[in-house]
Design a protein around this ligand. Structure first.
Ligand code: FMN
Length: 153
């Protein structure tokens, strides 16, 4: 069975709400059989990434950048994963006050170095967390899980 790793960080709960919607979608029986592993960024490691067939990353934008928690994850996994995870399918969801582009660019720079492959458009939820953003987060989880289960990614 394919394994989807979800690595996320949230200080005040916004990204966590998106995460819960992403996981609900990924666990929808409609997606097919996929093993879902959700790991807080500060406790996710190289082994988690190397064992994954796909990865979803969730972060707030803080000070125009990804959260320190997700940056810490990348700092620890970058070198050990560099030669082993090229082509890894990934998706990204971001919770932001009013922007989110700085966090997106920061993640993009790192995953470009890792040669990961983006399989869904980045989801940025700005302003009040509306139901529509949570529906989109659910669809992101469902779409990525379904694509992995079907062997499309
Ligand atoms: C210290 C700090 C810095 C922030 N910087 C930004 C920013 O640069 N751009 C932005 O759009 N929102 C910014 N925000 C708003 C957060 O992205 C927003 O509060 C988000 O919900 C935080 O995610 P979390 O609830 O998962 O921790 C900032 C919030 C904090 C607390």
């Amino acid at each position: 069975m394919k394994r989807l790793l979800v690595v996320w960080h949230s200080a005040s709960g916004g990204t966590r709400q998106m995460l819960e919607a992403v996981l609900e979608g990924a666990r929808d029986p409609e997606a097919g059989a996929v093993e879902i592993i959700a790991r807080p960024a500060l406790s996710a490691g190289e082994e988690d990434v190397r064992a994954a067939d796909g990865i979803l990353l969730g972060t707030p934008e803080n000070f125009g950048y990804m959260s320190g928690g997700l940056k810490d994850f990348f700092d620890r996994i970058y070198t050990p994963c560099l030669e082993h995870t090229a082509g890894l399918p990934f998706g990204l969801f971001i919770r932001a006050g009013n922007d989110g582009r700085g966090a997106e660019q920061a993640v993009q720079r790192i995953v470009t170095g890792l040669r990961w492959r983006q399989i869904a458009p980045t989801l940025i939820a700005r302003g009040p967390l509306e139901d529509t953003a949570l529906v989109e987060a659910r669809e992101l989880g469902l779409g990525v899980a379904a694509g992995l289960a079907a062997g499309i990614f």
